[in-house]
Design a protein around this ligand. Structure first.
Ligand code: PHE
Length: 339
């Protein structure tokens, strides 16, 4: 019996080394390790072995079975691995996962470009709170108490215990803060987020961004305002950009104007983007109203100044030819990846 066990071990070991395919392994299992296989048959024979020999023979049979089972298992694993590698179910030539490089949001890029253009000609950058008090958002900017811009239609009011607060409707409040804290001359731009309670559409959103500019000094003139705006338009759009100043009204500037640039898309002939006018509005501006100087204790007889304010979304729409402002806020990667 012990000889038989030894013989079987040799036979099985030899055939293990010849296993190549999954079919081979299955045949091996049937021949040696299945319920009717050679190992099981030897276990059957154990019954007829004299009692005194049983422990030794049983032990060596058990060893044989454990040995063959573990050898068989590793042979099986090896074949399965080789098979996957060379039948193509794992394609080792497939490139790894691509890593995407982050990029700046188009609004950030536009704001940075605007900041670059103005800092080049000596403007500093100032900041202010988005939750603004009524005094800085309206009163000190010469908004009479019953001015329609204070209407619920436009302004988000913030409930607060002390005083009246709003989500700022423009960055103009920062003008006041800058003048309160600095003696003239001041020359700053003020970029930031603003809020308006408007119906959301392709052209307007409940929040957007502005860049405001303010220059106050002795003898600042309307001609300087026009020159600065023209410089900006040529830098931001192109050297051929044509401007149009239309008389307008803001409580904090007098005189006031709105500035249009000739439509980049149709070259002024008229198209959907410019609503067939050939012009696109890009900013509001004007000479600082003397009443505003009184609020910040500047002497209107000593100094004069200009201010302008533009919407960053509007400029980005024009620059990139985008037709829906909501795209800036949806963070859809298919949109953002284009910049
Ligand atoms: N604050 C104005 C607006 O939000 C823009 C503006 C700024 C106009 C400065 C004149 C001067 O529409």
């Amino acid at each position: 019996m012990l000889d038989e066990i030894q013989k079987l071990k040799e036979e099985a070991t030899a055939s293990l080394t010849g296993l190549r395919t999954q079919e081979d392994t299955e045949n091996f299992r049937l021949q040696f390790l299945s319920r009717k296989g050679s190992v099981a048959q030897l276990f059957e024979k154990l019954r007829d072995v004299p009692k005194e020999d049983k422990p030794a023979i049983g032990k060596s049979l058990n060893e044989l079975r454990t040995f063959l089972e573990s050898e068989f298992e590793s042979a099986q694993k090896k074949i399965a691995g080789e098979k996957r590698a060379d039948t193509g179910s794992i394609d080792l030539s497939i490139p790894g996962r691509k890593r995407y490089i982050g990029r700046r949001h188009p609004l950030t890029k536009t704001a940075e470009e605007i900041k670059r253009i103005f800092t080049c000609i000596g403007f500093g950058i100032a900041d202010g709170p988005e939750i603004e008090d009524d005094y800085h958002n309206f009163e000190a900017l010469n908004f009479p108490p019953d001015h329609p811009a204070r209407d619920m239609q436009d302004t988000f009011f913030v409930k607060a215990d002390a005083g009246k607060y709003v989500l700022r409707t423009h960055t103009s409040g920062v003008q006041i803060r800058v003048m309160e804290n600095n003696k003239p001359p001041v020359r700053v731009i003020m970029p930031g987020r603003v809020y308006r309670n408007e119906a959301i559409s392709a052209r307007s959103y409940c929040l957007f961004h502005q860049v405001e500019g303010l220059y106050v000094d002795k003898n600042v003139s309307l001609a300087e305002l026009k020159g600065t705006v023209a410089y900006f338009a040529k830098e931001f759009f192109n050297a051929e950009a044509k401007l149009r100043f239309r008389p307008s009204f803001f409580p904090f500037t007098e005189p006031s104007a709105e500035v249009d640039v000739n439509c980049f898309l149709c070259g002024g002939k008229g198209c959907r983007i410019c609503k067939y006018s050939g012009w696109l509005e890009i900013m509001g501006c004007g000479m600082v109203d003397p009443n505003v100087f009184k609020y910040v204790r500047y002497d209107p007889n000593e100094v004069s100044g200009y201010a302008f304010g533009m919407g960053i979304e509007r400029l980005a729409l024009l620059r990139y030819g985008i037709d829906d402002i909501r795209l800036f806020f949806e963070n859809d990667l298919r949109f953002l990846n284009q910049f």
